[in-house]
Each structure stands twice: as C-alpha cells, then as structure tokens.
Design a protein around this ligand. Structure first.
Ligand SMILES: [Zn+2]
Length: 203
C-alpha cells in the first residue's frame, strides 16, 4: 500500500517518536487524517505552540517557558548541591518526593556514541562550568544502574573528580531512567537518603 507524499512524510515524522515503529506511525497518521481532523488540528497547534514557547533553561537545561526554570529561579534552593538527571521526567520524580532542595542539571540523554550522542550533546561542558561557577560542593548522579548509563557515570566521574567535589550516586537498582516520574515518592526519598559517595575506584 502506498500513501500520498505528504502522508508518507507524516508517517516518517511520527517514527521519530520513541517506541513508534512503521506500523504504529501508519495507524496514527491514518487516524489523524481519515477519522479525527479535530485532534490533528489540536496536535498541530499544540506542537507549534510548544516549539515556540518551550526552551531549555540556560542554567540547568530543564524545559521551561520562563527565562529561568522554577528551581533555578528559586533562591531558597541550595546551589551547592547539583543533581544530574537523564531527563525532565526523572527530575519531576525527584521533585515530587519533596526531599531534595538542591539544583539540577538535565542531560537529555546518556552517552551513546553509536547514536551520535557525545558529551557535547549532553551539555557536559556546561555542567562542569556550573560546578565551577556556582561553587558546587556535591554532585549527585541520579542515573540508572543499567548498562546504558554506566559510560556516562564513568565519564562524568572522571571529569568531576578534578574539580574537588563530592560525587554521589542514587541507588536506583530497580528503576530505569525515565521511570522516576512514575516511581513512588517514598522510593525516591529512600534513594536520596541512601545516596552513596563514589570513591575514585573508577581509575
Ligand atoms: Zn534551570
């Protein structure tokens, strides 16, 4: 079965979404074009609006519609403690626990050379700058303990240890990155309480 060029383009665009393969993208496109023009219009408008309004906080890379995100704009937050998360959803999960009063840095991914994701794409150099300019004394790596994040943890540790900061890690043995926003706040609070300092055994 072949589709019109514009439909094909829509299908390809939908396939950029995580977990959406060709079949799902075809179903979504046909649903929008054949049966639900109102939803298609709303999607179009919401996407255009979000693209125009939402940007990354210049300090921590959280998605925001303000000059600075809410956490960076809040002077009550402890600027000496920085929690590194893989994405905004993980940050939201930690915020929901109500047990963290420091600031964040959002990588928007983990190192994955095969996908072209290197330190630059993750803003690692901005992160190191933040640590230096805001006199950060502790960096908490809230990255999952699955294999995907290990290279990132190792890379960050190697660079952070040159800046004389305490580096700790949250014991998220059972949580995958991206699942923090759905995790029980108690689980996250317990993980924060059980954070473990990383020695320099990674040498
Ligand atoms: Zn921010």
């Amino acid at each position: 079965m072949s589709y019109t060029p514009a439909t094909e383009e829509l299908i390809r665009a939908l396939q950029a979404l995580p977990g959406v393969g060709t079949r799902s993208a075809q179903r979504m496109a046909l649903q929008l074009l054949e049966r639900d023009a109102d939803a298609a219009t709303r999607l179009n408008e919401a996407l255009a609006s979000a693209l125009q309004k939402v940007r990354k906080c210049p300090t921590c890379r959280t998605l925001t519609e303000s000059e600075l995100c809410g956490v960076c704009a809040d002077e009550q937050r402890d600027a000496a403690t920085l929690c590194v998360v893989a994405n905004d959803a993980d940050k939201a999960g930690i915020e929901m626990s109500g047990r963290y009063r420091g600031r964040y840095f959002v990588l928007h991914g983990v190192l994955s050379p095969i996908d072209g994701v290197g330190p630059e794409q993750l803003g690692v150099f901005d992160l190191l700058d933040q640590v230096k300019t805001h006199a950060v004394t502790e960096v908490i790596l809230a990255l999952d303990e699955q294999l995907e994040a290990e290279a990132t943890v190792h890379y960050l540790t190697e660079h952070l240890k040159q800046l004389s900061v305490t580096i700790s890690r949250l014991p998220f043995t059972h949580l995958k990155s991206g699942a923090l926003d759905q995790a029980d706040s108690r689980v996250i609070a317990n993980a924060l309480a059980a954070k473990q300092e990383i020695g320099f055994e990674l040498d």
